[in-house]
Design a binder for this molecule. Structure first.
Ligand code: ZN
Length: 106
């Protein structure tokens, strides 16, 4: 996994760290290196109830992937993480998958 300069990777909750690990393996299975583009740092356009400042959300880049892989990788990460996680393809500020933890830890 690459980490975009300026991204705060520290103090992410274990639920997100483990999700990033699994997501990264899925990228690699398709021959791509995943880049973390957002963690806990402040960013323009965050919603008030964003889980980013709590360390319970992360964004990973999709703009380097061929178009056909965006949805495929999204679906595979969703299946790997299960219903405790919410994932969404977003177009701004650059194409990425937003992942946050909604559920209850085991
Ligand atoms: Zn996000």
């Amino acid at each position: 996994m690459h980490i975009k300069p300026g991204v705060d990777f520290s103090r992410l909750e274990p639920e997100i760290v483990s999700a990033l690990w699994k997501a990264s393996e899925i990228y690699e299975r398709h021959g791509h290196i995943m880049t973390l583009t957002s963690g806990r740092e402040k960013a323009d356009g965050r919603k008030k109830n964003s889980k980013h400042p709590q360390g319970l959300a992360a964004d990973v880049r999709t703009r380097n992937l061929p178009g056909a892989l965006h949805k495929k990788i999204l679906d595979e990460i969703k299946a790997a993480l299960g219903p405790q996680y919410y994932l969404m393809l977003k177009a701004t500020p650059e194409p990425h998958i937003h992942i946050h933890f909604n559920g209850i830890s085991p």
